[in-house]
Design a protein around this ligand. Structure first.
Ligand SMILES: [Mn+2]
Length: 251
């Protein structure tokens, strides 16, 4: 049986001086997609990667460094500039736009939920410790990636609750930014107990959602994490079966 192809965005190392220029990815994204029955296609940070999207049935937006605040019309108020890659920002924003036009399933993780936010005209809290010094939660945990450290309350009627099979879930947390203004077309479907937004989805789409935690690192440790990838890959399979992949039709 042919597998749905999942386009997976990559990090770009913009370290200066660039000792060894590279686009890279943490392997757990790849293994989580494979484990859910998908075939990952790594999307490098050049605009020609948009041409690869026609071979894809789903778009996975991975974690990584901060967006340039200019991308959402803000002044820098605590962005980690060492993590900013304008090439990555631009590539991902165009990938999202193209995937939206195709009505292709999209799943955003950590920076990925923030990418969906910026693409949808929302804004970001640029630094949680600076903006919310009162929060008792450590959203940048020091524990290993597969360990859960805070809980998230999930909207019972949401797709993310349906996939998780839970309305409260323990998550890992590796972010110092979060959604501020909600992007148009989305609803908030999960929050941490301090109110920080932890999931959004577009209720009008077959599969267009983002989570602020890192389920790819919880696969194999917490069964509900794999369910998010299964649901995403299943939606990609349905997209493929509907023949919405315009590339394949012309090859
Ligand atoms: Mn968090």
């Amino acid at each position: 049986m042919d597998k749905p192809v999942i386009g997976v965005s990559m990090s770009r190392d913009e370290s200066s001086p660039p000792a060894s220029p590279r686009d890279w990815i943490r392997r757990t994204y790849v293994t989580a997609v494979i484990g859910a029955g998908g075939l990952p296609l790594l999307l490098y940070n050049e605009l020609s990667a948009l041409e690869l999207l026609e071979y894809c049935d789903g778009l996975l937006l991975t974690g990584g460094g901060d967006f340039d605040p200019e991308a959402f019309g803000a002044e820098d108020k605590g962005t980690d500039y060492s993590g900013v890659s304008v090439a990555r920002d631009n590539t991902e924003l165009q990938l999202i736009k193209a995937a939206e036009q195709l009505q292709m399933p999209i799943f955003g993780i950590c920076r990925g939920i923030q990418a969906l936010t910026v693409a949808g005209g929302g804004t970001l809290i640029q630094d949680i410790p600076q903006t919310r010094p009162d929060t008792p939660l450590a959203h940048s945990q020091a524990q290993p990636r597969q360990e859960t450290t805070h809980s998230v309350e999930v909207d019972p009627g949401s797709k993310v609750a349906d996939l998780l099979g839970l309305t409260e879930v323990l998550v890992n947390s590796f972010h110092h930014q979060a959604i501020d203004r909600i992007p148009s077309g989305y609803v908030v479907t999960a929050r941490a107990e301090d109110g920080i937004i932890e999931a959004i989805e577009d209720p009008s789409a077959a599969f267009k959602l983002g989570v602020q935690w890192h389920p790819e690192d919880l696969v194999g440790h917490h069964s509900e994490a794999q369910n998010l990838f299964r649901g995403f890959v299943k939606a990609a399979q349905q997209y493929r079966e509907r023949g919405q992949n315009y590339g394949r039709a012309s090859h």
